[in-house]
Design a protein around this ligand. Structure first.
Ligand code: FMN
Length: 354
């Protein structure tokens, strides 16, 4: 077993942010269990003209500064999303700002986009690409807390990082930057998407990465209808459903349940999958959706796919299950697909709508 594999169960007993820092150091040090053999062919899928050997990705927030792309791919993830990256570096909110709720298999965070900024991320991504590494990497863009022009921030991030990304995410759904989620309104969204597209066309006249929007789970029905309309009218390439929730389900038992911030992990599974169902219906199944929120098993990933997810991501479950989880999820997902007679992931996408 690798050092990460051995230490993962122990990391839960130290402060969550320090545990994460230590995990990143272990991963950077190359002490990672490499997946043996290739992925089961039933897990192969094609989205945005790109071939994924499996549909299970690492969600944004784990590798905010593009430091551990390769180790996470080697762990068996089919793709890695780095960020959120803001144009300028910023420290985020005061600590403590990550809380574990072990009884609920959940996490609350109010990090507030702590990150080293777009310049540092772009150098790391360039170096990674220059080393000839294969693997699919999305880049998740945020805005600086003190910026008064959100659209300009996303456009700047897109221009700087677009060439290095297999897909770009406009993240307007983190609960920890004041006013950010208000950008999910129709007019605000349209303005951002138009400005980002313009910036991408100017910076990259020949090729632009797929542009994807990451939304919150705490949306009203009219919000969802508006977002679906914008996504369709402005020809967004996909959606990520969803970010963390500001809701606090009454069954939460962890002593930190009243902490401010976004809740992720198991309690988010059902609500995020419900929003995914809605968004798939509202967009007529035409847009690839990345389903994220509370996935901790092959069965959960399969439920997201049947609800309409072309790809799936996770973060919080890694904290409770450690690095062996990725292989386990893939094995169980393949078994779920076979048990129901599907020949591929693509065949099962949206099956619950048929
Ligand atoms: C500690 C932490 C930091 C996160 N940071 C980001 C972020 O920077 N940008 C983002 O779009 N989502 C961020 N997320 C949200 C995750 O990408 C994901 O949408 C959410 O946690 C739900 O998935 P999960 O239940 O598998 O964790 C973060 C989540 C956690 C737990």
């Amino acid at each position: 077993m690798s050092l990460y594999g051995v230490l993962a169960p122990l990391l839960r007993f130290i402060d969550p942010e320090r545990a994460h820092g230590l995990t990143l150091r272990i991963l950077r040090g190359g002490l990672v269990p490499g997946q043996r053999g290739g992925d089961d062919p039933i897990l192969a899928t094609r989205v945005w003209g790109r071939d994924f050997t499996n549909p299970i990705g690492l969600a944004a927030g784990f590798d905010k500064n593009a430091e551990v792309i390769d180790p996470m791919l080697r762990l068996g993830f089919g793709f890695v999303e780095v960020g959120s990256v803001t144009p300028r570096p910023q420290p985020g909110n005061p600590r403590p700002r990550i809380f574990r709720l072990p009884a609920d298999r959940a996490i609350i965070n109010r990090l507030g986009f702590n990150n080293e900024g777009a310049a540092v991320a772009s150098v790391r991504l360039e170096n990674w690409r220059a080393m000839g590494h294969a693997g699919l990497v999305g880049v998740n863009l945020g805005k600086n807390r003190d910026s008064t022009d959100a659209a300009a921030d996303y456009a700047q991030g897109a221009a700087r990082l677009g060439a290095l990304a297999d897909y770009l995410v406009i993240n307007v759904s983190s609960p920890n930057t004041p006013g950010l989620r208000a950008l999910q309104g129709r007019r605000e969204l349209e303005a951002i998407i138009v400005e980002v597209r313009d910036a991408l066309r100017t910076a990259l006249p020949d090729w632009q990465p797929p542009l994807i929007l990451k939304i919150a789970p705490d949306l009203t029905q009219p919000d969802k209808v508006d977002i679906a309309a914008v996504a369709t009218d402005l020809e967004l390439d996909g959606l990520i459903v969803s970010n963390t929730t500001i809701a606090r389900p009454p069954e939460l038992a962890g002593r930190h349940r009243e902490e401010k911030g976004g809740l992720s992990g198991r309690p988010l599974l059902a609500p995020a999958t419900a929003v995914l169902m809605d968004m798939y219906s509202l967009t007529g199944g035409r847009l690839p959706i990345i389903g994220v929120g509370g996935v901790s098993s092959g069965r959960d990933a399969y439920a997201k796919i049947r609800a309409g997810a072309a790809l799936v991501q996770l973060y919080s479950a890694l904290v409770y299950h450690g690095p062996g989880l990725v292989a386990e999820i893939k094995k169980d997902l393949a078994a779920c697909l076979r048990a129901d007679g599907f020949a591929s992931v693509g065949d099962a996408v949206g099956a619950d709508h048929r």
